[in-house]
Design a protein around this ligand. Structure first.
Ligand code: GRF
Length: 214
């Protein structure tokens, strides 16, 4: 069982999808600890409900980013974490933390990276006129929303979309993608050499999305 440490700042719906996946018989990972930088994160309640160890590490209590991260790191290590899953964790990580968890820290972002990194993603996608959007799970690097891509899911952008409607469609895809990538890593299906990832095992065949549909 691969031990996961999930980092959150808010709602925690991706945490929820990981909780549910880990509860499935045969899923090769388990959540060892949930950490939030915000005391009011709704996701903390989700962790409490299912009896997972969960802690607040409030970044405001620290004088430097690295001092904050040293405590995060210590908590993760104390719980034997092998893979850090950033799930709506809204803190920029320093090079020190990124190096400490190199190829052991992943993030989910609600766009098809490398397009639309950063914030206000869905507004940007709609303004661009793109016909498809989606989500990406990638290894964490020092640059925000960048790093070797482990998995992506595509959804259509529809003519009547608002940022909220598109966000909801992407989020549904996130909830399927994130556990699946964790499963691939835990199952030993991900090889990384330099910055190149090779996936072995399950293949998604030749699925295609046309938007507008054919
Ligand atoms: C998700 O859209 C994720 O891609 C982004 O932040 C959001 C977190 O949502 N990084 P939740 O807290 O998991 O519900």
């Amino acid at each position: 069982m691969l031990k996961l440490g999930v980092l959150i700042s808010g709602r925690g719906s991706n945490l929820q999808s990981l909780i549910e996946a880990c509860a499935q018989p045969g899923f090769p990972a388990e959540i060892a600890v949930v950490l939030s930088n915000r005391p009011d994160a709704v996701g903390l309640r989700r962790a409490a409900e299912v009896g997972l160890p969960h802690f607040v590490v409030d970044h405001k209590a620290f004088t430097s980013r690295e001092a904050f991260e040293r405590v995060l790191d210590a908590r993760l290590r104390a719980h034997g974490v092998e893979l850090v899953c950033n799930a709506g964790f809204m803190r920029i990580l320093t090079e020190w933390f990124v190096r400490a968890w190199w190829n052991q820290s992943i993030n989910i972002h609600p766009s098809l990276l490398p397009a639309f990194p950063g914030l206000h993603v869905h507004e940007q996608v709609l303004a661009s006129g793109a016909r498809v959007s989606g989500c990406t799970v990638h290894y964490v690097r020092t640059e925000m929303d960048a790093g070797p891509i482990l998995g992506q899911a595509v959804v259509p952008v529809l003519p009547a979309d608002t940022p909220d409607a598109l966000a909801a469609r992407v989020l549904k895809a996130e909830h399927r993608l994130y556990p699946n990538v964790v499963k691939l890593i835990a199952g030993g299906h991900v090889a990384i050499e330099g910055e190149r990832i090779t996936l072995t095992g399950p293949s998604d065949g030749d699925a295609q999305l046309f938007s507008p549909g054919l």
